[in-house]
Write a protein that binds this ligand. Structure first.
Ligand code: F6R
Length: 238
């Protein structure tokens, strides 16, 4: 696991962009695994800016997102599908048919999505305050594939900021790539910022590999880069 500590959110985003850009330069037809949430917004803004200024093309790129809420309209302002279109896809020249965001509420739909996620060159991840990756909450087996998840109170509480600060409006379930699906990626790029991530970051990097902190499984991945800002790194001791 390679750990880079950046000064702040903007520097974290710039470091993450370097990793992404290096891959795109080497492999213009790369397959990207993508995440939503606050963590990647800065990175996506840099990708859009780079496309507009330098013409970096995404016409041969394919993307697979990690997760989506269950029972949310595709075009709901809070759906991850809308998030991806607003923050990245509409600002680059990717073909809409090459982008994939999971959708559904059944095990069959989850399996169908899992079968599509192949050959991911880089998987971008954020981390939950409870150590989740994707929506793999603590206790999720490491060999789990794409599945329907019941979200924990902690995750719904963290995400209520997008739902009028009302936890009752946050969906209770999500469809998420499993830890096993995530671990199939050739490279993992995890980004985190802020003090509220410090405990999860410490458990991921310095703690034991345990399903109690799903992100700790990344210690077993052969090519993981973790980029955190100083606040998220503040409890690291090594
Ligand atoms: C999002 C996802 C989640 C987030 C995590 C951190 O697609 O899979 O695991 O990465 O909840 O969210 P933020 O970045 O909003 O703090």
């Amino acid at each position: 696991m390679k750990v880079i500590i950046a000064e702040n959110y903007d520097e974290m985003s710039k470091e993450a962009f370097k990793v992404m850009k290096e891959l795109l330069d080497e492999k213009p037809n790369a397959t990207l695994g993508l995440a939503t949430g606050s963590s990647p917004e800065g990175l996506y803004a840099l990708m859009v800016e780079d496309h507009k200024k330098n013409g970096t093309s995404y016409k041969d790129v394919h993307t697979y997102n990690l997760d989506e809420y269950v029972d949310i309209d595709r075009n709901d302002p809070q759906s991850y599908y809308t998030f991806m279109n607003e923050h990245l896809f509409s600002g680059i020249d990717i073909k809409p048919e090459n982008t994939h965001v999971p959708y559904g509420s059944t095990a069959e739909e989850a399996k169908e999505y899992d079968d599509q996620v192949k050959g991911v060159d880089i998987q971008l991840l954020g981390i939950g305050r409870n150590g989740h990756i994707g929506f793999n909450e603590p206790g999720t087996p490491f060999d789990e594939r794409t599945h329907i998840v019941e979200l924990t109170e902690s995750t719904r509480d963290a995400n209520k900021r997008f739902f009028d600060n009302d936890i009752n409006k946050v969906p209770t379930h999500a469809i998420s790539q499993g830890v096993g699906t995530v671990m199939d990626a050739k490279k993992i790029l995890l980004i985190a910022s802020g003090k509220d991530k410090a405990e999860a970051v410490k458990a991921m990097i310095e703690g034991p590999v345990t399903t109690e902190c799903p992100a700790s499984v990344l210690q077993n991945h052969p090519d993981t880069v973790v980029i955190v800002d100083k606040d998220a790194a503040s409890l690291l001791t090594k």
